[in-house]
Design a protein around this ligand. Structure first.
Ligand code: HEC
Length: 150
């Protein structure tokens, strides 16, 4: 009798703090599941802008103004704003990061934003967003080329 009275409150003390944060966790559905919101038609859209030095030059202007503070100049996700806001960033220099994404999906994410990623909306022309798609893809390719020449 006496023993049980001691064990029960002790169990509640241990269990309560473990259970509460789990219930309020916003990420309970898993990291990438939110992207299912991208419409199939948008994902299938073909990129009309071929990667080229001109496309890269146009993309760099917007990248420096609108993207670098989070994704960093190198595309590795270590930008100052991302650090300050403690955002969960991905590394575009890793070829695995975007390998399962279509150009259409990347276009859609840049245009419409996602979670902490702000939307470009109508600020950019469609061609300029495609330039950024090419640029985002090029971070991984550049790293590939770098390691091959070394
Ligand atoms: C305020 C910080 C911030 C800025 C500015 C920003 N991003 Fe992002 N970006 C993020 C975060 C955070 C994610 C992850 C979103 C998520 O988890 O839903 C992301 C995700 C992405 C993705 C999706 C990667 C994937 O496959 O999941 C792409 C592509 C991207 N950003 C490109 C850009 C481009 C291009 C710009 C500039 C036009 C830009 N971002 C500006 C924070 C930012």
């Amino acid at each position: 009798m006496y023993k049980l009275a001691l064990v029960l409150p002790a169990f509640l003390l241990v269990a309560a703090p473990v259970l509460t944060p789990q219930q309020s966790s916003p990420n309970a559905t898993g990291q990438n599941s939110g992207y299912s919101a991208i419409p199939v038609e948008a994902a299938k859209q073909q990129n009309p802008v071929k990667p080229s030095p001109e496309s890269t030059a146009r993309a760099k202007k917007w990248w420096a103004m609108d993207c670098e503070m989070c994704h960093n100049k190198a595309g590795d996700g270590k930008g100052e704003t991302a650090k300050e806001m403690k955002l969960p960033m991905m590394d575009f220099t890793n070829p695995d990061t975007l390998k399962d994404r279509t150009d259409g999906e990347i276009f859609y994410i840049i245009k419409n934003g996602h979670n902490n990623m702000p939307a470009e909306g109508p600020r950019l022309k469609a061609e300029e967003v495609w330039d950024l798609v090419n640029h985002v893809r090029a971070f991984a390719k550049k790293k590939d080329a770098d390691t091959k020449t070394q």
